[in-house]
Design a protein around this ligand. Structure first.
Ligand code: KIV
Ligand code: ZN
Length: 515
């Protein structure tokens, strides 16, 4: 019989802990709605106590997103549990996820607690959370480096206190698949009441084993996998959602387990998370990398032409790739446009449709055929827009052999239009130097990546940048059929985010720590 494994998505919480990947409220709600379309069972929407932004994100997602259970993380402290409940209350399906370390290393050096104190606190906090909600999850942090007898004692006690899910984290990515599988089997055997709770796993990727460890744990009886889209997360990241899901789906014969995920939504979800966080997916990443389905070897191509199963273990269509669907062109009307957006799962107000339609028409003037990916870019740029201190009005760049690359940039800054010309090593450098001079920024460009959104020489180029200013890191994105313009848009998007946070005297990455 096939077991159904719950997918607990923590892109918005652990994923957001990736340096520079902080998201604003609208972006988080947008991702949460897509996760609901994807069919995840639980969304960890944030850590309500950690910052006002996280609190609001948990609250809004709990109110607006239908389908999955919405969860907030909470340290094993009364104030955290209460705050999580405040953010979640009123929503139909909610969970409080509380955690406390069980390893001696953490207890001694970080929490300064004895094992006995930690066990008592864990039980009390599970009971407190149960006073608010029926669905409580407990994580013994650093479980994989904990004394197994003590770990089992804590697990038994929290289940008795009402935890319906016990999550076993490999917090520092230290475990190996064999060992981690054995740990889950031991817990299921030794903990007398273990059948009363779902055993979950949460693996980090420091040794590149997060997915392997998660799958080993599932094979050993775990019933929930915690993961993030594209595997983003603290340090080397978390187990990647798409790899766990497709691993189970493709090797159902072996794992005898599957998930409720609508895999056709995977590629779209991956693109959205990458665009919003500015975390570019490496081309050779399993499942969602640009080369994941690209066969270049002649022998492979020959086999594929004869019979797909010779070299293809998954169909690109199964994750929503396949043939690019032509969406519309220059002559498409507003009505058809709205209908197409609805078919793609976007619910927009009239005003949002009108704005998107104007952008679509402008793009259709530059590009003959508009694909679903182009529409996604238009919409995510529009929905994610933050108040813009710097607005790009025009850009003219010149470069070529034997020429000094030059850019003339016209910007509106705080409502005033100004124009300046500058030079650089290339047209992008010239544009960036000119923008830097005009805005007076002291920021450093840490990363610059350009990629084509669709095929063809008239494709839109999408540029992602990562920028650092006085210790604050943020990302920026921009798309255009002209990559110099896309580059300027991405840089300005990042500078606008920094200016926005500075005006609010906030650091987007600033939250209280987990301990
Ligand atoms: O990695 C970890 O241990 C965590 C816990 C809070 C579950 O993220
Ligand atoms: Zn984690």
């Amino acid at each position: 019989m096939t077991r159904m494994i719950r997918i607990f998505d923590t892109t918005l919480r652990d994923g957001e802990q990736s340096p520079g990947a902080s998201m604003n409220l609208e972006e988080k709600v947008m991702i949460a709605k897509q996760l609901a379309r994807l069919g995840v069972d639980i969304i960890e929407a944030g850590f309500a106590y950690s910052s006002p932004g996280d609190f609001e994100a948990v609250r809004q997602i709990a109110q607006q997103v239908e389908g999955p259970t919405i969860c907030s993380l909470a340290r094993a402290r009364p104030e955290d549990i209460d705050r999580a409940w405040e953010a979640l209350k009123g929503a139909p399906k909610v969970r409080i996820h509380t955690f406390l370390s069980t390893s001696d290393i953490h207890l001694k050096h970080q929490f300064r607690m004895t094992r006995k104190e930690a066990l008592k606190r864990a039980v009390e906090m599970v009971e407190r959370a149960r006073g608010y909600v029926r669905d409580v999850e407990f994580s013994p942090m650093d479980a994989s480096r904990s004394d197994v007898n003590y770990l089992c004692e804590v697990i038994e006690a929290v289940i008795a206190a009402g935890a319906g899910t016990v999550n076993i984290p490999d917090t520092v990515g230290y475990a190996t698949p064999q060992e981690f599988g054995r740990l889950i089997a031991t817990i299921r055997k030794k903990v007398k009441n273990s059948r009363k709770a779902v055993i979950s796993v949460h693996c980090h990727n420091d040794l590149g084993l997060a997915v392997a460890n998660s799958l080993a744990a599932i094979a050993a009886g775990a019933g929930q996998g915690e993961c993030t889209v594209n595997g983003i997360g603290e340090r080397a990241g978390n187990a990647s959602m798409e790899e766990i899901v497709m691993g189970l789906r493709t090797r159902k014969d072996f794992y005898k387990a599957d998930t409720k995920i609508r895999t056709e939504e995977i590629a779209k979800t991956s693109r959205l998370v990458s665009q919003i966080t500015g975390m570019v997916v490496q081309p050779n990443k399993a499942i969602v990398g640009a080369n994941a389905f690209a066969h270049t070897s002649g022998i492979h191509q020959d086999g594929l032409l004869k019979e797909k199963s010779t070299y293809e273990i998954m169909r690109p269509e199964s994750i929503g790739l396949g043939k690019m669907q032509l969406v519309m062109g220059k002559l498409s009307g507003r009505h058809a446009f709205r209908k197409r957006l609805e078919d793609l799962g976007y619910e927009l107000t009239d005003e949002e449709v009108n704005q998107a339609f104007d952008r679509f028409k402008r793009l259709a003037d530059q590009k003959k055929e508009i694909f679903e990916e182009d529409l996604e870019t238009i919409l995510s740029e529009q929905i994610r827009r933050i108040p813009e201190r710097y607005v790009l009005k025009t850009l003219f760049a010149q470069s070529g052999t034997g020429q000094v690359p030059t850019a003339t940039v016209e910007l509106e800054i705080d409502g005033q239009v100004m124009k300046q010309t500058g030079t650089g090593d290339g047209p992008v450098d010239a544009a960036y130097r000119t923008i830097a001079a005009m805005t007076g920024t002291k920021s450093r460009l840490l990363q610059y990546v350009v990629k084509a959104i669709t095929g063809g020489t008239d494709a839109q180029g999408e540029v992602s940048v990562r920028v650092e200013d006085a210790g604050k890191t943020t990302s920026g994105n921009g798309a255009d059929t002209d990559i110099i313009v896309a580059s300027a848009k991405a840089y300005l998007n990042a500078l606008n985010k920094l200016a926005y946070w500075a005006s609010k005297n906030q650091d987007p990455n600033q939250k209280i720590g987990l301990v």
